[in-house]
Design a protein around this ligand. Structure first.
Ligand code: GLC
Length: 737
């Protein structure tokens, strides 16, 4: 017996000794904050500073001495970018980094379906985890202010509420894989022209009501683990080290506990970076190994210069302790989180997700009969059609390439032509129709803008005896189009597509136009084209989604996340002067203020060609009268609005019921109406559902820039229930007491 007792005591002692030897920061069972504190206490000043800046193009050093791993980052919002060299922007040409290209986030927004955002985040997060990335540099949440912005395709449209609702499930889905999102570009990066330095001036109301809400939702509801500062300035200070947006709003008001990362090369000052909330400096202009370039990683603002300032007492050590703590917290949530899943790459599940998101995001803009005696061209009824002419560079173009940092190297890519051929076989004839040149980032001089007449003439020749013409056009990822680093040069379609559309419809009225883009375009030919489909950059399964929609095997249910103005100057940002957009090369003033997108068109009574929230179906929906649970809302109460919606057509379909709020008698200027709720419902033919929304004073508030707080003024409010922001099916009023 004695022996056993001694043995038991010995084991207990050795276990406790062993436990005593396992540092807290290495113990997964310890709370993260205890691990952060323990790790920080073991680090030298040099090790803390090293955490705060790049060691390569897409990584930062851990603390090798303590067994704390590096952080590896990768673009982008639509898929995990191919591996890039350690020290330059070249691709490493690995053979195992081909991935799934998911639809661009404009398409995700156009689904108006948070379930799609959840499956998107889960899937892209699994691919990032499998590729051993700790931070995925996305999603992009900048508001669509002008159709000329080259990067609108990466974002979620013109409305802060839609972007807020759609980004949260994406963020949660990614981070469940032990991969941090890096929400970008915080904040006011609403154009690419002069993005590196343009200094944005705007009212507090525009800042708080339009440009901040999505980032606030990402932080407070999505619990994003990192955020990327944008290149531009905000009210005179660079966004990557801005006291107002980072210290006061993000880390102060919103309580953000994650890491602020620069955009690449976005840091410009050591003292500001130390004091104004920047945590990690990443850069572009560094070749730290093969040559003594102007910058090496030790010369970064948050490297040796920062260490020197700390040692000279010019900035408090508390600044580097805070930065290092946040970075350690991210490492314990990602790389040192041993409970994270393994991830997966280019699986059937991911392809299914990409196709579903594309199916739900494609928007049917127009589907009119060619003449009074015929039915609409869509969906295509194959039995009646023998020859389909498919025209367009975008029918075969690899649109995953180009566009800047969000470009992707795919394992599979079903082009629109592939998708249509799989369905209609040899009924399909293809001709290019127009040429757009190679997808090139930042080499505009090499991209021909010439129009090739011979391509158009061949297309017209073939169109004459086709039963149906499908033109797959739009923009592409070339410089000066949907591409990072520059804005579009005009609002119209490039490469002679307008002339092509005119020539084709002159010989064949039965035209379906499929626009692949991330932006609105001018449509001078809109009356001539009976069917128009807004198909986004749809990624690996794009051709399947387009075939699903055109054939009717999937009933379109997408809704526009941004408006299509008739002409560019109808748009608020483009209705003023150069200072309003694109700025005077130093400064820019957002003169349209809070009236962005439909807020402008509604208030100024300028009809958009296609409205925010617009999207047709192959069936029809009837809305009943909206009913409120009470005509009065208490200051701290709620009320519900209920609407019966019925599928009055012959095929099943999904409808996005949208709720807007108007505050006509307010003491300050407010838009006619603002989106405050939506619900996507599926209905069988003849089926009716009651759709209910609960409203509280929160949905009625505006930002009072005198009180510096959100305010709901007592009085009458109007509820608009619509199938789009202009297709209003019913209104009802109530009073806030
Ligand atoms: C780029 C982009 C940013 C991207 C980063 C890394 O400049 O603005 O979105 O994540 O650099 O490629």
């Amino acid at each position: 017996m004695r022996k056993h007792v001694i043995a038991a005591i010995f084991c207990a002692c050795s276990f406790s000794v062993l436990m005593a030897q396992t540092p807290i920061y290495l113990d997964d069972n310890q709370p993260i904050e205890a691990r952060v504190k323990d790790a920080l206490s073991r680090m030298t000043l040099e090790e803390k500073v090293a955490l705060c800046h790049a060691q390569s193009k897409f990584s930062t050093p851990g603390v090798r001495r303590l067994g704390i791993p590096e952080i590896w980052m990768s673009d982008g919002p639509h898929g995990v970018r191919a591996e890039i060299n350690w020290n330059d922007w070249g691709y490493a040409n690995w053979t195992n980094d081909s991935i799934t290209a998911f639809p661009a986030l404009t398409c995700l927004a156009a689904t108006w379906n948070p379930e799609m955002a959840a499956i998107y985040g889960k899937s892209v997060g699994e691919e990032a985890r499998y590729r051993r990335k700790d931070i995925l540099l996305g999603p992009g949440l900048n508001i669509y202010r002008t159709p000329l912005n080259g990067r609108n395709f990466e974002y979620m449209g013109e409305d802060p509420y839609l972007t807020s609702v759609m980004c949260v499930p994406y963020i949660q889905g990614v981070q469940k894989n032990g991969v941090a999102v890096c929400v970008k570009h915080y904040v006011l990066n609403n154009q690419e022209k002069w993005r590196g330095h343009i200094d944005v001036e705007l009212s507090d109301r525009a800042l708080y009501e339009i440009y901040l809400p999505a980032f606030k939702a990402a932080v407070q509801k999505g619990e994003a683990w990192s955020i990327m500062g944008s290149y531009n300035k905000v009210r005179g200070q660079h966004a990557c080290h801005n006291a107002l947006t980072l210290n006061k709003i993000l880390k102060g008001d919103w309580g953000f506990d994650g890491v602020v990362v620069t955009d690449w090369g976005g840091c410009h000052d050591t003292y500001e970076a130390a004091m104004n909330g920047l945590d990690i400096e990443m850069g572009s202009y560094t070749n730290g190994l093969t040559s003594e370039s102007k910058f090496t990683y030790d010369d970064y603002y948050l490297a040796k210069p920062y260490l020197r300032m700390l040692k000279e007492g010019k900035v408090p050590v508390s600044t580097v302790d805070d930065k290092a703590s946040r970075i350690l917290r991210l490492i314990f949530r990602t790389g040192m989180n041993r409970h994270k899943p393994y991830g997966s790459l280019t699986t059937e599940a991911h392809y299914q997700a990409a196709q579903e998101i594309g199916d739900e995001g494609i928007v049917l803009l127009k589907n009119a009969p060619v003449s009074k005696k015929t039915s609409p061209l869509l969906p295509i009824s194959a039995e009646k059609i023998n020859k389909i002419l498919v025209v367009g560079d975008n029918a075969t173009r690899m649109l995953n390439q180009g566009g800047g940092s969000s470009e992707l190297k795919v394992k599979d890519m079903v082009s629109p032509l592939d998708g249509l051929r799989a369905l209609y076989g040899n009924k399909i004839v293809y001709t290019k129709g127009y040429a757009a040149g190679r997808a090139l980032y930042d080499h505009a001089d090499k991209i021909s803008q010439a129009v090739e007449d011979s391509l158009r003439m061949e297309a017209v020749r073939l169109a004459k005896d086709a039963d149906l013409v499908i033109l797959v056009g739009g923009l592409n990822k070339n410089h000066f189009q949907d591409c990072e680093g520059a804005d579009r040069l005009s609002y119209g379609l490039p490469f002679g597509q307008n002339e092509l559309i005119d020539a084709l419809t002159a010989v064949n009225k039965n035209m379906v136009l499929v626009l692949l883009s991330g932006n609105a375009v001018e449509m001078p030919w809109v009356r001539k084209v009976p069917a128009i489909v807004q198909g986004w950059y749809l990624g690996s399964m794009g051709g399947k989604s387009i075939a699903d929609i055109l054939s009717g095997s999937v009933n379109p249910s997408g809704k526009l996340p941004f408006s299509f103005p008739v002409k560019l100057t109808d748009c608020g940002a483009n209705a003023f002067d150069e200072l309003c957009y694109p700025g005077d090369s130093i400064k820019e003033v957002y003169k349209e203020d809070i009236l962005v997108g439909y807020r402008w068109y509604d208030t100024k009574k300028i009809p958009a060609l296609f409205s925010f929230g617009h999207g047709l179906s192959y069936t029809t929906f009837a809305y009943g009268k909206p009913v409120v649970s009470s005509k009065k809302m208490e200051g701290n109460g709620t009320l519900t609005v209920t609407i019966p919606v019925k599928n009055t057509g012959s095929v099943a379909g999904k409808e996005v019921v949208q709720l807007y709020i108007g505050d006509e008698k307010c003491s300050v200027m407010r838009p006619v109406k603002e989106l405050k709720a939506f619900s996507k419902i599926a209905l069988q033919p003849g089926e009716e559902k009651q759709v209910s929304f609960t409203l509280s004073p929160d949905e009625l508030k505006y930002y009072d820039d005198v009180k510096k707080d959100w305010v709901a003024e007592p009085g009458k409010f109007k509820v608009y229930i619509g199938s789009s922001s202009t297709d209003i099916r019913g209104t009802v009023e109530f009073e806030l007491l």
